[in-house]
Write a protein that binds this ligand. Structure first.
Ligand code: HMG
Ligand code: MG
Length: 296
């Protein structure tokens, strides 16, 4: 059977933009339930400035409570060497550096130009390599930017290649504000695939305009085999005006199972997890599948 890998980003991308504090115990329960539902890669936190993203300030406590030597992989975001120090102190095995294809977004999100950020990542990568950490690379704004509008596919390809050449084992291509449609996504993937092997690419679609499932379907057809998603469709980037949640993991799993892909994920258990975290945050489940399967 064909396999697709899902990277669950709910505990990080999903929660980072929450205004109300989310208790450590709630975060840990969310991660436990995601693991029990069959997720094997769960992005668990971000070692970023707590002044920039207060919700991720307890990432060290989250990571310290997890079994980092077991079969489940818990990557964390790291923007610079200070973040790397914090990640290493927790014993993480995988980090993700995050850049952007848009200059304006790069400055707003990490206070650096694209060139400065790549230089910063080089020193992070070198130290990560000597500590035997796997490093994933994100590129944000791969279709459009909240400040600059349409982003040229060539620009995305250049940043993706820079991260790949630096040693990132996988490049996650982020449609941060969810403006892509299958044609613009395929155009972008075509440009990136000329410089980075397709099997090293992942799709990270936000569902702002309801296009994420269509874009994932198109990306599958283009040979992409890894997708990032967030249980209950939680999320959004604090530095991307109008960015709503990631595509909901349960919507992606429903699509994939329907298409005959294997994910190793138990859909009813995942939907129960979506209900758990939505209840804890005091809102309805955001996903279509979550709503449908909650019906009596
Ligand atoms: P800066 O202000 O330029 O940093 O921020 P600095 O080096 O000048 O240091 C200023 C202060 O920050 C100092 O503290 C440092 O200690 C502290 P002070 O002396 O003022 O008390 N600091 C840190 N603290 C904790 N951890 C660190 C760290 N680094 C410095 N690692 C910085 C630069 C990159 C730190 C900041 O801009 C930042 O943290 N940005 C992160 C923003 C973020 O997390 N955005 C969301 C994640 S990206 C995303 O969601 C997109 C994605 O999902 C894909 C997609 O959808 O497209 C991945
Ligand atoms: Mg994101």
């Amino acid at each position: 059977m064909k396999q697709v890998k899902i990277v669950e980003v709910g505990p990080r991308d999903g929660l980072q933009n929450e205004k109300q504090p989310v208790a450590l115990a709630t975060k840990l329960e969310l991660i436990k339930r995601l693991r029990d539902a069959g997720l094997t890669t769960i992005e668990a936190g971000a070692f970023v400035s707590p002044k920039w993203v207060p919700q991720m300030a307890d990432s060290a406590e989250v990571l310290k409570a997890l079994d980092l030597s077991g079969p489940v992989n818990y990557p964390v975001l790291v923007p610079n060497e200070q973040g790397l120090d914090a990640a290493l102190a927790c014993g993480v095995r995988e980090i993700a550096v995050f850049g952007a294809a848009s200059e304006s977004f790069s400055r707003k999100n990490i206070n650096a130009s694209i060139a400065e950020s790549l230089k910063r990542f080089e020193s992070v990568m070198a130290r990560a390599a000597s500590a035997n950490l796997r490093v994933r690379g994100y590129v944000s704004c791969v279709v459009g930017c909240p400040y600059e509008g349409r982003i040229a596919p060539q620009q995305v390809a250049m940043v993706a290649k820079a991260l790949y050449d630096m040693g990132c084992y996988e490049i996650s291509l982020g449609d941060t504000i969810g403006v892509g449609t299958p044609n613009t996504v395929l155009e972008m993937l075509d440009a990136v695939s000329k410089l980075v092997p397709t099997e090293r690419l992942a799709g990270h679609f936000h569902d702002t305009y309801g296009m994420a499932i269509a874009n994932i379907h198109a990306a599958l057809g283009a040979g992409i085999g890894t997708f990032d998603s967030s249980v209950a469709g939680l999320g959004g980037c604090p530095y991307a005006r109008g960015a709503s949640g990631n595509v909901a993991t349960e919507d992606v799993v429903y699509l994939l199972h329907g298409l005959g892909y294997e994910t190793g994920i138990d859909l009813p258990q995942l939907v129960a997890t979506a209900r758990f975290i939505s209840g804890a945050l005091g809102r309805e489940v955001g996903s279509r599948v979550g709503k449908a399967l909650a019906l009596p």
